[in-house]
Design a protein around this ligand. Structure first.
Ligand code: 3HC
Length: 715
């Protein structure tokens, strides 16, 4: 065995081991390896050396020098500057050419994958002769381009179907789903899965075997599928038809990328590779400049910016959370405990009586069980996972916790009482956080002697699925406490947004006027189906009336009341919720709401609701008008939240809305969307609605001012 660093390149190191060139990729100054024109040039130089068999090498291995990341794909930053489809097409052609050169190397090249191989990264692996993956939790393979409104543009739409078959390839490309090494190996996407410490050794050995002809390379076919049944005439056409129907059902036509993926694959899977690559690049070019792709790319960067740690004063540190307590073993508490344990935190789940605690523990364990199955955790990891979650009826152990999340019943006096108990039992540095959606955090901070360590952590339900947590920052909070909360949210795999301690915080505050308007529409005789359908057609995941039934009428009523007390009703208020609650309706949870439920299944609208509200459902206004009435107040309120400092940037506002309640990602969030529509257009429309329906539609001062100055929220 001999190792020699023959020379050093900026991003691609050339080492030689047993006649094999080991190329170690480590793009300097970047947190992850990304493909760019500069890197392509470096690759080309390395390929020339390989072709010359410099240092006597007979084969090569490509490794990453960055832990946890093999290659994260093309540099997404580059897409933001593209304005014309031809430019994007050229970028794709350029990337394809690199992959073609890799595939045509006269020596075998083994991809030794540890960490993520995504997008262009996986496409590069597809151009290699053989793929070995390390069996680590961070190793994941996928083509997430669709989530950016794109298609794989470095040969992925061509090489993947030719390597693993059309159906499996479409599944990966249409969902952007990432595979762990075992699943990837089942599909034939990787040839071997090995423990990380021996990845390099095995890869070098395989490279030698390939060079010596002792092992055959595993390459995509020149054309057609390697799966026998897919070569039966008509089989792929059927797969494509089914996939298309599913895409249309799921995206309701709002997203062009998946349809384009289907079109390109359908037309090219059985054609010569070069022809397919040309189609792919053309489609990539067209998609890269669509408003949908721009909005999705914006969300990618905005969510990274939202995740940036808040600045800390010099010398101040925020410890990471290793131990925590969750107080209150209800549905939310159990969810918070489970998600925290999944992410390596030792959690004590506390409640006041054994029965409630037992119920909460069961819920939390069910979540852990589902997680362990999904991840196919080996037995020893499962044991460790379940051990991390311990029940308790007392505050024992609290002294060692860095964080407590209180999730007891939503009652201010009860919460204040719990906070006093917590302060008495916890270490002086433990951060005390409340998971409340309606109670001002300041009221809880007042109850303790050291208010600087009190913050809010507003989780959304169901905790295990919702990606957002609002970190509520009362004026008394110490920067270190806020930083700890923010980092904790990231550590449990969610996106934090920091929000001021004002009524409704951010997400519920902007939903308020939207839901309110839906109720006013209903009271004016617009049928429930029409209201919901308008919102869904606009791209929201559910309509506002459905949302009310899901959230619970009582919860929505309480949240609405708080907003009304704080901000007034700006001219009109609906009391529909109170009237329906007086009839014992709480929504899905008690099987009675705006809709009828039978054995937990939702049936149609409950006509009784109209009678209770004293309205006769009639003709609905045109959909665009309904959409304006529902959505414009929400956008206006988001601007008001920015104006009042509830959020500190449009990025945070966009991420909060997209991750908090499913504001259509292809519209990029409220602020991005306002920019696309044009602020003066929105102001004019709001003014018209104000004239017709009242001052609740009045554009907020910041919106008006920016519109007058011809400004945007994003440069
Ligand atoms: N391009 C540019 N920057 C990227 C990037 C990419 N492909 N992938 C990650 N980054 C940056 C992030 O913006 C972030 O920057 P910051 O520190 O300045 O905020 C930094 O790398 C670290 O990223 P994360 O904070 O997201 O780190 P995580 O460890 O949580 O996740 C990751 C790492 C899994 C790689 C995640 O960043 C990710 O999913 N990246 C995007 C992957 C992707 O979509 N690839 C496809 C690109 S499109 C393509 O390849 C087109 C091709 O077909 C032609």
């Amino acid at each position: 065995m001999a190792t020699a660093a023959a020379s050093q390149a900026a991003a691609l190191r050339w080492e030689v081991e047993d006649g094999v060139a080991v190329l170690v990729l480590d793009v300097p100054g970047r947190p992850v390896n990304v493909l760019s024109p500069e890197l392509t040039r470096e690759f080309e130089r390395a390929l020339e050396r390989l072709a010359r068999r410099e240092d006597g090498v007979r084969a090569a291995v490509l490794l990453s020098g960055k832990p946890g990341v093999w290659i994260a794909g093309a540099d997404i930053d580059l897409f933001r500057t593209l304005t014309r489809p031809e430019e994007a097409e050229a970028l794709s052609r350029h990337a394809q050419e690199l992959m073609n050169r890799l595939a045509a190397l006269p020596v075998p090249l083994v991809a030794a994958i540890e960490g993520v191989a995504l997008g262009g990264g996986l496409e590069l692996a597809l151009a290699c002769s053989y793929r070995v993956a390390a069996d680590t939790p961070k190793t994941r393979l996928g083509l997430p381009e669709v989530q950016l409104g794109l298609l794989p543009g470095a040969g992925g739409t061509q090489r993947l179907p030719r390597l693993i078959g059309v159906r499996s390839a479409l599944d990966l490309m249409l969902t952007g789903r990432q595979l762990d090494p075992r699943r990837a190996s089942k599909l034939g996407l990787v040839d071997e899965v090995v423990p990380a410490p021996i990845l390099r050794r095995i890869a070098v050995q395989r490279a030698r075997e390939l060079a010596d002809g002792q092992r055959a390379p595993h390459l995509p076919r020149e054309r057609g599928s390697p799966v026998a049944w897919e070569r039966v005439p008509g089989a792929v056409a059927l797969v494509l038809r089914q996939a298309r129907a599913q895409v249309v059902r799921q995206t309701k036509g709002h997203y062009p990328a998946p349809l384009r993926i289907l079109e390109v694959v359908g037309r090219t899977w059985n054609r010569p590779l070069a022809e397919g690559l040309r189609e792919e690049a053309r489609a990539f070019g067209a998609l890269a400049v669509t408003p949908e792709s721009r909005a999705l790319v914006h969300i990618f960067f905005a969510s990274n910016r939202a995740k940036e740690d808040p600045p800390l004063p010099p010398g101040v540190r925020a410890p990471t959370v290793q131990r925590m307590m969750v107080v209150g073993a209800g549905f939310m508490g159990a969810g918070i405990a489970a998600v925290s344990a999944q992410n390596g935190i030792r959690v004590r789940l506390k409640d006041v009586n054994a029965e409630a605690l037992g119920r909460g523990l069961r819920t939390a364990r069910q979540l852990l069980e589902a997680y362990a199955q999904r991840r196919r955790l080996p037995r020893w990891e499962r044991t460790k996972l379940f051990d991390r979650l311990q029940p308790t009826l007392r505050y024992n152990g609290l002294r060692h916790a860095e964080l407590v999340v209180e999730a007891v019943f939503e009652d201010v006096e009860l919460k204040r009482h719990v906070f006093r108990e917590l302060e008495a039992a916890a270490a002086p540095t433990t951060v005390l956080a409340s998971n409340t959606s309606t109670i001002p955090i300041a009221r809880l901070a007042e109850a303790v002697q050291r208010p600087e360590r009190v913050i809010g952590l507003h989780f959304f339900s169901p905790v295990e699925r919702m990606p957002l947590v609002e970190v509520i920052v009362p004026s008394t909070a110490a920067p270190a406490a806020v930083a700890l909360g923010h980092r904790y949210v990231k550590a449990i795999g969610k996106t934090p947004i920091r929000v001021a301690d004002r009524p409704g915080f951010y997400v519920n505050r902007i939903l308020g006027p939207y839901v309110q308007e839906a109720l006013l529409l209903l009271e004016s005789g617009v049928p429930i189906e029409a209201i919901d359908a308008a919102a869904v057609a606009w791209g929201l995941p559910v309509g506002p009336i459905t949302l009310l039934d899901e959230v619970g009428l009582d919860v929505a009523q309480k949240s609405g009341e708080i907003l009304r007390q704080a901000f007034g009703d700006r001219g009109a208020a609906s009391d529909a919720l109170a009237r329906l609650m007086a009839d014992g309706r709480l929504g899905r949870k008690n099987g009675r709401g705006f809709f009828r439920y039978e054995a937990g299944k939702r049936r149609g609208v409950d006509a009784e609701v109209y009678r209770l509200l004293g309205v006769q459902p009639g003709a609905a206004p045109p959909t665009p008008e309904l959409q304006d009435r529902l959505v414009l107040p929400l956008l206006n309120e988001a601007v008001r939240a920015l104006e009042e400092g509830v959020i500190d940037s449009p990025d945070v506002g966009d991420i909060g809305a997209v991750f908090g309640f499913g504001f259509p990602p292809f519209r990029g969030g409220p602020f991005w969307h306002l920019d696309q529509v044009g602020l003066s257009t929105v102001v004019a429309r709001l003014e018209e609605l104000t004239r017709r329906f009242g001052r609740r539609f009045e554009p907020t001062a910041l919106l008006r001012a920016k519109a007058e100055r011809g400004e945007r929220f994003y440069a």
